[in-house]
Design a binder for this molecule. Structure first.
Ligand code: DAT
Ligand code: MG
Length: 148
């Protein structure tokens, strides 16, 4: 089973959307295997967003993601990386389809509520950046036979 890293950004935490975000992925049928509320350090934010270091918005991005607590999660399921990205919607909430998270809750690209890994490589990098091995739980759930 594939794993992905998802994170409710500071705007989502402030806007009381943590429960809604967890609920959407739970109801889809994904399994929550790790979660914590945390404050990202400047170093961690720079590492997390290193692919954007040459972009004009990099400074703002690091400042925003460290501006308050984030809710970091690891979710497991078949094709969870791509499906979670679809559920999030396009990066710019103004272009994100209704029914997606950013389409339903966002208004600007800088405050787009949620982060999600975009490939198996970024999922592995991001899970390892945010979570220790013993914070990722392996367990069976009684609903799996009704989902798969
Ligand atoms: P995504 O979060 O959909 O993976 P990304 O990796 O291209 O998008 O960019 C990371 C974050 O950077 C994004 O969620 C919001 C911010 N961002 C992206 N493009 C931006 C832009 N043109 N202006 C300001 N912020 C931007
Ligand atoms: Mg990205």
């Amino acid at each position: 089973m594939e794993k992905t890293f998802l994170m409710v950004k500071p705007d989502g935490v402030q806007r009381n959307l943590v429960g809604e975000m967890v609920s959407r992925f739970e109801r889809k049928g994904f399994k929550l295997v790790g979660a914590k509320l945390m404050q990202m350090s400047d170093d961690m934010a720079k590492t997390h967003y290193d692919e954007h270091q040459d972009k004009p918005f990099y400074g703002e991005l690091v400042e925003f993601i460290t501006s308050g607590p984030v809710f970091a999660m690891v979710w497991e399921g078949e094709n969870v990386i791509a499906i979670a990205r679809d559920m999030m919607g396009k990066t710019n909430p103004l272009e994100a389809a209704p029914g997606t998270i950013r389409g339903d809750y966002g208004m600007t690209v800088g405050k787009n509520i949620i982060h999600g890994s975009d490939s198996p490589e970024s999922a592995e990098k991001e899970i390892n950046l945010f979570f220790q091995d013993n914070e990722i739980k392996t367990y069976s759930k009684q609903d799996s036979e009704w989902i798969y």
